[in-house]
Design a protein around this ligand. Structure first.
Ligand SMILES: Nc1ncnc2c1ncn2[C@@H]1O[C@H](COP(=O)(O)OP(=O)(O)OP(=O)(O)O)[C@@H](O)[C@H]1O
Ligand SMILES: [Mg+2]
Length: 733
């Protein structure tokens, strides 16, 4: 699309829409591959299609995700350079579907061929990670029945000969609130509903689960079934995926039991104890089941919830909890256990997915992460996602700059322009600098007396009126928003309520201490990095540096920022490929198009930003032979006779009216121009009609063009045929 004669928002939209409705879901726009969700399975991911793309260059085959994957794979082999594919878009746009297709293509074309040695092939194992990740990390939301509630970065490693050598996965920010709470039309993680299915016969009895999902309040506040998902079938996939990847029976069962313990915890109840401000357990049965699943003593578990130990000076004392505190602590532990199970599953997959007998040479990585979005209410999760996207957009801009620069240098054209990445620097610096947004959040999270209010005040004192991207809230949908940030894609008003608590993410240490000493081996492993309470003090004895106070418990944002830094460093060392997924309509309707919805996404996902950058330079590039063929007629006899193609181009350009020298440059192999529309229609009228017709036919995707005429207002009207119907396209000059 970057080659469109009229490069602007409207033509980009029109082109995408026309192609989408002709069932062409992939379109290239400059450095982006844009994909519009078809909401329908087209036969475009079959073995036959693999053969079409295998070994082909991008420009030899129709636009497809696999053309990009093939390019990445070939470039990796040819240049021994790591590759990355960045897939972003809003929820339901198709990121995960496309990620899976990238992986299956690579698994198909790069089979390790070692099937005889191992019982299960590496490619089967890599593909089998999906059911596990999705059962534990995907849930039904109002927008997507199978929404990934975490971000992931999957690296697929290859040997120097291009054979699969393994894969590793990094995950980002699993949504924890969903584990204990859901909206009316949503559901919790798929695994909870799978556990109640019959496929694994003794699952329910071993996990002390009933037949009724409504016995489990943590996971039955919204929907409990999803029309498009067969939970029993999914359980089958999950269970066999555990086996394919190579989990032991014990690991698998510990995992199921802990998952069941998480969902059962919502039934641990407390009641007021006499007239005290304290509570006591209300019933023992549920706690007994939960404790059994976790391998701990039920009485000790309940006691730890109602009377946790805390350290006052050097003394340990117990502190009575009221009903609300104890109930919150149960929820906190449930969420923490599930989150740790999820991270462990990924570590476990990573351990088994590397074939140590094969030497890793390079990788192709896929990033499947939520795109920039503006919601009615934007909180802690949203600012984290939007910040990553700000960084990814900067990465894109920088990459585009590098690519442009290479082109100008290789064409021998002088060019001076500031790195496009600098466009986003002000906003990113405001987050990252000392006393920036992240630093203030961290400081306030560690300060015992801080509240949401003091956090808000500190942010404003430091940035309002001082940092240009920091603004007053301006949300129409959240009147209580506290501040706004001017992101590259738009202004977002954020609400800081609960950020400090979410960032600290506290757990009841007395309970943790108990879990660490329990008999469920997996649970002990999950908490291994947590100091608990009875652990020996960090080895001060060794002398030297003392550990920072509270060093055991890291904040959510600090962990996340370290991960992000490492992700960005990895991306910078790769050759990137950018995929942008688009939701075409809000009804999941195949072929349906809602223009404002699409335009908004093109803004948020940087496609329009990419075009804006294009326009700053010379977006139109035409090789000399093509230029002569297309436009020689404008240069008259002189151009026709000129043998030297570069000189011929110069003659054409100089003899075209209104084409001043600053609008184009001539390189070693091509002409580069600011815009092609300088060749106005009046000029075109001199061009042979066939060329003209051909251009329109391609431009409007028409199988045939019958007639082109000029209206009284000077507009062009193209009459063409599409299937059996006639189309008339008005082209306004
Ligand atoms: N290429 C495709 N072909 C057919 N259907 C698709 C395709 N891409 C997406 N879909 C449909 O759209 C749904 C949502 O896609 P997907 O789960 O990949 O979205 P996502 O961008 O990963 O969203 P989230 O951020 O919520 O995880 C799929 O379940 C599928 O029904
Ligand atoms: Mg997804």
């Amino acid at each position: 699309m970057a080659n469109l004669t009229y490069l602007n928002d409207a033509s980009v939209f029109w082109n995408l829409k026309t192609r989408y409705q002709a069932k062409l879901i992939y379109t290239y726009s400059g450095l982006f591959c844009v994909v519009v969700n078809p909401y329908k399975r087209f036969p475009i991911y079959t073995q036959t299609v693999v053969k079409i793309y295998l070994g082909k260059r991008r420009n030899e085959v129709p636009p497809h995700l696999w053309a990009i994957t093939e390019t990445a794979y070939r470039n990796m082999l040819m240049n021994t350079k790591d590759q990355s594919m960045l897939i972003t878009g809003e929820s339901g746009a198709g990121k995960t579907e496309n990620t899976k297709k990238v992986i299956s293509y690579l698994a198909m074309v790069a089979t390790s061929g070692k099937k005889s040695v191992k019982k299960v092939s590496l490619e089967d194992q890599i593909v089998a990670t999906n059911p596990i990740l999705e059962s534990y990390g995907n849930a039904k939301t109002s927008r997507n029945d199978n929404s990934s509630r975490f971000g992931k970065f999957i690296r697929i490693h290859f040997t120097a000969a291009g054979k699969l050598a393994g894969c590793d996965i990094e995950s980002y920010l699993l949504e924890k609130s969903r584990i204990t709470q859901q909206q009316e039309v949503e559901r919790s993680y798929h695994i909870f509903y799978q556990l109640l299915q019959p496929y694994v016969p003794d699952l329910k009895s071993k996990c002390h689960l009933s037949d009724d999902i409504y016995d489990y309040s943590y996971v039955s506040q919204g929907k409990t079934t999803v029309a498009s998902i067969d939970d029993n079938e999914e359980l089958e996939y999950t269970d066999s995926a555990f086996d394919i990847i190579g989990f032991s029976e014990q690991e698998k069962w510990d995992c199921y039991k802990l998952t069941a313990a998480v969902m059962s915890k919502g039934e641990i109840k407390f009641k007021q104890k006499g007239r005290d401000e304290q509570c006591e357990p209300d019933g023992f049965d549920v706690a007994a089941k939960v404790a059994d699943l976790m391998g701990v003593d039920p009485e000790a578990l309940l006691k730890a919830f109602v009377k946790p130990k805390i350290k006052v000076g050097t003394e340990w004392v117990t502190k009575g909890q009221n009903i609300e505190q104890a109930t919150n602590a149960v929820g906190g532990i449930a969420r923490a256990i599930f989150d740790r199970i999820f991270k462990w599953l990924i570590i476990k997959c990573n351990d088994t997915l590397i074939d140590p007998t094969m030497k890793k040479s390079n990788f192709v990585a896929v990033l499947d992460i939520a795109g920039f979005e503006i919601f009615e209410y934007n909180g802690f999760e949203q600012i984290s996602i939007n910040f990553v996207n700000e960084k990814l957009q900067q990465f894109f801009n920088h990459h585009m700059f590098v690519v442009e620069q290479e082109e100008y240098i290789s064409e021998g054209i002088e060019w001076t322009m500031v790195d496009f990445g600098m466009d986003l620097a002000a906003c990113i610096t405001m987050f990252e600098k000392p006393m920036g947004i992240w630093a203030i959040l961290e400081e306030e999270s560690l300060f015992p007396k801080a509240t949401d209010k003091t956090f808000e005040e500190k942010l404003k004192a430091q940035h309002l009126g001082k940092s240009p991207p920091f603004a007053k809230p301006q949300s129409k949908t959240d009147k209580n928003a506290h501040f706004a940030i001017i992101h590259y894609a738009g202004v977002v008003s954020y609400n800081v309520t609960g950020w400090l608590e979410k960032n600290k993410d506290p757990v009841n240490d007395t309970v943790v201490d108990l879990l660490k000493r329990g008999s469920n081996e997996l649970l002990v492993l999950l908490w291994a990095d947590h100091p608990g309470q009875s652990a020996p003090p960090p080895d001060d004895a060794k002398g030297g540096k003392k550990k920072k106070k509270g060093g055991g418990q890291k904040t959510v944002s600090s962990v996340y920022l370290v991960q992000l830094q490492s992700l960005m460093a990895t991306l910078h060392s790769t050759e990137p490929h950018f995929i942008r997924c688009i939701v075409p309509n809000t009804h999941k309707q195949p072929g349906g198009v809602e223009p404002p919805l699409i335009m908004h996404q093109l803004t948020c996902n940087g496609v329009l930003e990419g075009i804006r950058i294009c326009m700053r330079g010379f977006p139109n590039r035409i090789l000399y032979p093509d230029f002569k063929q297309r436009y020689a007629i404008l240069g008259g006899a002189k151009a026709a006779q000129e043998k030297d193609l570069k000189k011929c181009a110069q003659i054409i350009l100089e003899s075209t009216e209104g084409f001043s020298p600053e609008k184009y440059k001539t390189g070693h192999t091509k002409v580069i121009l600011v815009s092609l529309h300088m060749f106005s229609f009046s000029t075109y009228e001199a061009v042979q009609l066939e060329t003209f017709e051909e251009m329109f036919r391609l431009y409007f995707c028409l199988p045939s063009v019958d007639k082109i005429e000029t209206s009284d207002e000077g507009n062009l009207i193209v009459h063409g045929k599409k299937m059996n119907s006639f189309v008339h396209v008005k082209f306004t000059h």
